[in-house]
Design a protein around this ligand. Sequence first.
Ligand code: ZN
Length: 85
Amino acid sequence: MAWFKKTRKPIASTAEKSSRVPEGLWIKCPGCTQIIYNKDLDKNQQVCPKCAHHFRISAADRLRIAVRRRSVDRALSRPPGQTIR
Ligand SMILES: [Zn+2]
């Protein structure tokens, strides 16, 4: 007969540890290894605010940026492609 007896069940460990941070919310910059909030990166047109590393963008996003710039040119009645200062 044992002197001590385990009265409680051991806590079952889960196979996967659940994370409180949703996947894809933060991204690590390969240029400066800084962790950047994904929405900040979107605002900055996929350019790292710390080291100016340019992330890859999809064709749709590239088109969206070009069209947005065109509409600004049209609004300011400038020839298209001229840099905005
Ligand atoms: Zn960076």
